[in-house]
Design a protein around this ligand. Structure first.
Ligand code: V47
Length: 353
């Protein structure tokens, strides 16, 4: 059957059909993805008022793409005190943030208690803030470094007040590419196992994909299909977040970067292939706000949030270090022809602008 008709019939696509979508022209692909997006959400675009906190950049692992962790390219090590983390969360809450997104490097000096202690103290100070914290890569690091099982780490997270997990650390699941990019870090199977265990606890999470470096289009589709399979079993993923690779200050030598067209195609294909993950997030800190706004017409229904301070993408060259203020963010979405919907971290609608 014709591929376009298959998409219009909302039939599931295979690996080779997912790859074949890239051969469609951008507008045909955009139209298909937009039909699905409009069917689900009309002109609504979701965002939240959030604060990213990255408590430490001291890292025991070496991922070639990372410019954030302290290394010979970034000699400025830091680790925030718990007091500073709580103060930062408190400040964000006072300014209207409903969520703190807490992601750290893999710091071998402070112990699992340091990670959990930070969540406990934020929870004590701010009982109603949503704590989205700990990528599967961090969970695996605490397991490797301190001999805790995944179950123990996940249970400790829940006891310490973590509500949901972000989608970081997924990178690209293909084992050969992954070995080159981030040898020694959480494997693809482990990343999926950790999210499965988290979902089995009745908790929700997101899933990322780092693209635009040395991976092929086929690797991206393979990545999406592994997520789609797990989602069929657990239903615990809220959003898929394709992260556009940023090239500065790291150890990965990439010659060809994705064009805007390739990025938009990848968003659109995510929307089409991932028929069971509700939200596709154009994370503006990695796509640029300009392209993220356009991505709303290519299947994306979520732009993440105001962020306030961003350290990981901006260390590698993105213009996202300062976040975006709420008024500006809302106006940009409206000017692009969409309806800004402030959501909570689990996609309950809080306010229509
Ligand atoms: O896992 C690291 C990525 C991720 C680079 O769950 C890079 O809602 C681009 O996971 N170029 C962390 N990306 C950020 C993350 C995230 C962000 C926003 C929302 C959510 C969510 C999750 O940043 C890492 C890694 O894949 N990253 N270096 C780089 N040079």
């Amino acid at each position: 059957m014709d591929l376009i008709q298959k998409v219009r019939n909302r039939e599931r696509l295979t690996q080779s059909e997912g790859e074949a979508l890239y051969a469609l022209d951008l507008y045909a692909l955009g139209e298909l993805a937009d039909e699905i997006r409009q069917e689900k959400y009309g002109k609504k675009s979701y965002f939240n008022i959030n604060r990213h906190i990255n408590p430490t950049n001291v890292c025991a692992d070496v991922c070639k793409f990372c410019a954030y962790s302290a290394s010979r390219k970034n000699p400025n090590q830091y680790t925030m005190s718990h007091e500073k983390i709580v103060e930062t969360a408190q400040h964000a809450w006072d300014k209207g943030a409903k969520e703190v997104h807490i992601v750290s490097a893999h710091n071998p000096h402070d112990g699992a208690g340091w990670y959990m202690g930070a969540f406990q103290k934020v929870r004590e100070a701010l009982p109603d803030i949503h704590i989205k914290a700990m990528t599967a890569a961090e969970v695996d690091f605490l397991h490797r470094q301190y001999g805790l099982s995944y179950d123990e780490v996940l249970d400790q997270m829940i006891e310490s007040g973590v509500d949901s997990m972000p989608g970081g650390g997924a990178e690209i699941f293909d084992e050969a590419v992954r070995e080159y990019l981030c040898k020694g870090k959480v494997t693809s199977a482990q990343w999926l196992e950790i999210h499965r265990k988290w979902h089995e606890r009745g908790r929700e999470s997101n899933a990322t994909m780092l693209f635009g470096h040395i991976e092929s289009r086929a690797h991206r589709i393979d990545h999406m299909l592994r997520l789609r399979d797990l989602q069929d079993e657990t239903g615990g993923f809220n959003a898929f977040v394709p992260l556009v690779y940023q090239k500065e200050n790291n150890f990965l030598k990439v010659k060809d970067f994705p064009t805007g067209q390739e990025i938009l195609k990848t968003y659109a294909i995510s929307r089409i292939v991932l028929d069971n993950i509700p939200h596709i997030k154009a994370y503006w800190a990695s796509a640029s706000i300009g392209l993220a706004l356009i991505a709303q017409e290519f299947g994306c229904d979520d732009l993440d949030g105001t962020i306030e301070k961003e350290s990981i993408q901006s260390a590698a060259g993105a213009a996202s270090a300062k976040g975006l203020d709420l008024e500006n963010f809302v106006a940009l979405i409206q000017d692009a022809g969409f309806i800004p919907i402030e959501r909570d971290s689990l996609y309950n609608e809080l306010r229509v602008y």
